[in-house]
Every structure is written in structure tokens, then in C-alpha cells.
Design a protein around this ligand. Structure first.
Ligand SMILES: Cc1ncc(C[n+]2csc(CCOP(=O)(O)OP(=O)(O)O)c2C)c(N)n1
Ligand SMILES: [Mg+2]
Length: 300
């Protein structure tokens, strides 16, 4: 693909590389115990984060979970502000009072984040209903994990949003992990296609971490939500390559080991969206863009 790389594709690739680079910086500083608040990296979520951020129009609102880092970074377009908030500095977007798990940035469309699983679904439904009642444009995008969707409010949100025909995009990040348990360790499987279909909500599956596939598809989905006045649900299968929270490695014998010294790519598999990008662009283009990002000052 490298030969046909348009300047827009290049910008998009750079955005994703930056979100990874900034997460590496946070992870390195987590290792050095530079923060006092719990911080959940989202290394492996970058393709979805950049695609969602690029899909958004100024009137759209993002409603996030505890694992909001990649989304806040993609929306912010820089690390310095977010880093300041992680250090609880008054110069952060939450004036140092929100920390990581509840971080919002209204000016960038990040309206709400919650550390309470499932709570954000009800809040997003209320926000989407307010848009509808007040005839305000745009849609609300709400995130859930494969763990958080076990909360009753997830099902209630599906029924309520479809009943009211809300402008809502429900994105489930299925990393097959809730704290330290996989899905099969804690519950039966849930057929999302059938669950959504049973209440008339269109459903899509995302696999493979390909930014160049996710970005245009999400733009089409956004249009369909607004034109057909129906919520849509997307389940993205991805991996959180880092530990649940805190630094990776989190302890001396941790099998997960992330180090910026080894470069931006963490895993040589399609669980890593940067590995997927490298396959897409070819090694020379990928290395060229990576070096550019690694040489950029981030404000720390
Ligand atoms: C109502 C509630 N119950 C339990 C927790 C503790 N808790 C925090 S994160 C987490 C796992 C969430 O898994 P998932 O939704 O899949 O998100 P992931 O961390 O995998 O991104 C749990 C159980 C919580 N924050 N809120
Ligand atoms: Mg999960």
C-alpha cells in the first residue's frame, strides 16, 4: 500500500503511532512510580481510538470507561495536558481533580468517563435523549468492555435506546478480559448479533485492528445512525497488551513486558494495531513514520 499512501492516510497513521508513543511514555513513567492515581493503559486499542476520533464531528459526544487513555489521547492530539491531569496538576483538563479513570475533556468532545462499570450507558442514553428532545445535532458514542456489558444497565440501554430511537453508537471493546478473568472463566458466551437483533439494533463486528478499515466503516455507521434514527452496536475484538492497570511489567516475573527501548510495536501479531499498520505500509514507510513520531517532543 505504501506507494498509494495519500497525505490523509499518512496523517491517520501518524495519529495512531503518536497515541502508541504517548502510551509508552506513560507506561515507562508508571514503572518509575511517577503517578499516585490508578492508570489503565490501552495499548492495543489505538486503531479503534483513532478511527472513532476521526469519525467524530464537533457536535458528537464521547462517553468513556476507566480504560479511556487511547481515546483521550486521540481526541487531545497531545500528551502534555493528559499527563498533567495524571499528575493531578491544576493545569490538566480536569483541573487535577479527575485523574485517569474519570478523565473528560469537554472541549474535545469527551463528555463523560466513569470508573463504575455500566454506569456510563445510562448517562449516554440520557445525553442522547437530551439531544433528541432539544433537536441538537450529532450523536453520542458510548463504550463498554466485555466485563461491563455484564451489568444490567447494558441490556437496559439497548432496550431504551432502541425504543427512543436514540442517536447512539454503542462500542463494546472485547479484550476477553475483566480484571484477570477471561469470558469463559466467568460466564457463558453472549451472541451479540442475536442480542442486538432481538431488539432491532443493527450490529457490526470489528476484527483485525486495521485502522484503514475501521475509519471508513465507522464514518458509514455514523451516517446510518443519523439517517435511520437508530442506535447501532459495534463489538470490536481486540487485545489490551498491557496489564489491567499500572505499569507493564507489573511485577518482576510478569510475562507481559513492554519497553519503549524495543520500539513502538509491542507484539508481532494482529493484536497489535501497529504491527497491522506495518504490514499495510511496508517496513520502510512504517519505520520512516515511526522515527518521525519518536523524535517529536511531547512537552514533558
Ligand atoms: C460496578 C463495578 N463493579 C466492579 C468494578 C471493578 N472493576 C474495575 S475494572 C473491572 C473489569 C472491567 O472489565 P471490562 O469492562 O471488560 O474492561 P477492561 O478493563 O477489560 O477494559 C472491574 C470488575 C467496577 N469498577 N465497577
Ligand atoms: Mg474487558
Amino acid at each position: 500500500m505504501s506507494a498509494e499512501l495519500t497525505s490523509q492516510d499518512q496523517q491517520m497513521a501518524l495519529e495512531m503511532l503518536r497515541v502508541r508513543y504517548w502510551q509508552h511514555i506513560v507506561n515507562e513513567d508508571l514503572k518509575k512510580k511517577k503517578f499516585t492515581v490508578p492508570i489503565h493503559c490501552a495499548i492495543g486499542h489505538e486503531a479503534l481510538a483513532v478511527a472513532v476520533s476521526r469519525m467524530m464531528e464537533p457536535e458528537d459526544q464521547l462517553v468513556l470507561t476507566h480504560r479511556n487513555m487511547a481515546y483521550n489521547l486521540a481526541r487531545a492530539g497531545g500528551l502534555a495536558q493528559i499527563y498533567a491531569e495524571y499528575q493531578l496538576s491544576p493545569s490538566g483538563p480536569g483541573k487535577g481533580r479527575l485523574g485517569s479513570m474519570n478523565l473528560v475533556c469537554d472541549s474535545k468532545g469527551v463528555a463523560y468517563s466513569s470508573s463504575v462499570l455500566g454506569n456510563n450507558i445510562a448517562v449516554a442514553c440520557g445525553m442522547a435523549l437530551a439531544k433528541q428532545v432539544k433537536s441538537r445535532p450529532g450523536l453520542v458514542i458510548v463504550f463498554s468492555g466485555d466485563g461491563a456489558m455484564e451489568e444490567g444497565s447494558f441490556y437496559e440501554g439497548l432496550v431504551f435506546s432502541r425504543t427512543q430511537r436514540l442517536g447512539l453508537l454503542i462500542l463494546v471493546e472485547n479484550n476477553n478480559m475483566s480484571m484477570s478473568s477471561t469470558i469463559s472463566e466467568r460466564r457463558c458466551g453472549i451472541n451479540m448479533d442475536k442480542l442486538c437483533g432481538s431488539v432491532g439494533i443493527p450490529f457490526h463486528t470489528f476484527r483485525g485492528n486495521d485502522l484503514f478499515e475501521y475509519a471508513p466503516t465507522l464514518k458509514q455507521i455514523r451516517r446510518s445512525i443519523l439517517e435511520q434514527q437508530t442506535p447501532v452496536c459495534v463489538e470490536a475484538h481486540l487485545g489490551s497488551i498491557n496489564q489491567h492497570a499500572g505499569p507493564t511489567p507489573g511485577w518482576p516475573t510478569d510475562p507481559k513486558n513492554i519497553s519503549l527501548e524495543r520500539g513502538l510495536i509491542v507484539e508481532q501479531s494482529d493484536r497489535d494495531p501497529l504491527f497491522v499498520l506495518k504490514q499495510r505500509l511496508g517496513e520502510p514507510s512504517f519505520e520512516n513514520l515511526s522515527s518521525q513520531v519518536l523524535s517529536e517532543p511531547w512537552g514533558g
